[in-house]
Write a protein that binds this ligand. Structure first.
Ligand code: CA
Length: 223
């Protein structure tokens, strides 16, 4: 799960980054509206946390352009407490939820969980493939209802593979979805994460097949 935070208040942005990364998200940060617009036009995100009062390009304009490109990524807008008008305008332009500043980080985290669930299109919170279950809100993995200990990065990797179970996921797609900007994560690093994840989940009829030169595919081994 990859989240973009567009917020010019550095202290708030740092708090959001810490909190989201602690919950296992890959989180990127931009501090002005034109950077947010450029990031959204060129990368795939699972959620956007968008401050409306941004320098260079107003948050509402970032949102308008995003929806005009046909993107349906969930957007949570952050507004000043007294700006009812902007909030309404944001929702009219296609924001999915809002929070008025100041807010409790815990409440924001709960809303982020709800929005990312909605983005996945899962009514419940459990992704399944054979004996493998993934609880997207609690961020835990089960095999035959038994919890498996996975690192935050392994969980994110498994989540991407599960969302496209039975289909090819390229290494580039994994790098794109899992890695944050400025972090050197190579295709080799992806191989290491896949190797670790395999050791933990390939005990039943599930395997992560390597499609040589192309990527990976989460498969059920036929009985
Ligand atoms: Ca601001």
């Amino acid at each position: 799960m990859r989240v973009l935070i567009a917020e010019d208040d550095q202290v708030l942005a740092d708090g959001l980054l810490r909190s989201l990364r602690g919950s296992g998200f890959a989180a990127d940060h931009v501090a002005n509206g034109s950077q947010a617009d450029a990031a959204l036009a060129s990368h795939e995100f699972d959620l956007v946390i968008l401050d409306l009062g941004l320098p260079r390009l107003h948050g509402l304009e970032v949102l308008r352009k995003l929806r005009a490109r046909g993107s349906s990524v969930p957007v949570l807008i952050l507004t000043a407490a007294d700006s009812v008008e902007q909030r309404v305008r944001g929702l009219d332009l296609g924001a999915d939820d809002y929070m008025a500043k100041p807010f409790a980080l815990q409440e924001l985290e709960a809303r982020v969980r709800a929005l990312t669930r909605r983005g996945l299109g899962t009514a419940g919170t459990i992704l399944r493939h054979g004996p493998l279950g993934f609880d997207a809100s609690g961020r835990v993995c089960y095999i035959n209802e038994q919890m498996i200990e996975l690192s935050a990065r392994e969980l994110s990797l498994l989540e991407v593979l599960l969302q496209r179970a039975g289909r090819l996921v390229s290494k580039d797609q994994l790098v794109e979805r899992l890695c944050e900007w400025g972090e050197e994560v190579s295709n080799n690093a992806i191989e290491v994460y896949v190797h670790r994840l395999r050791k933990k989940i390939e005990q039943g009829p599930i395997r992560i097949a390597t499609v040589r030169g192309l990527g990976y595919c989460l498969e059920k081994i036929p009985a």
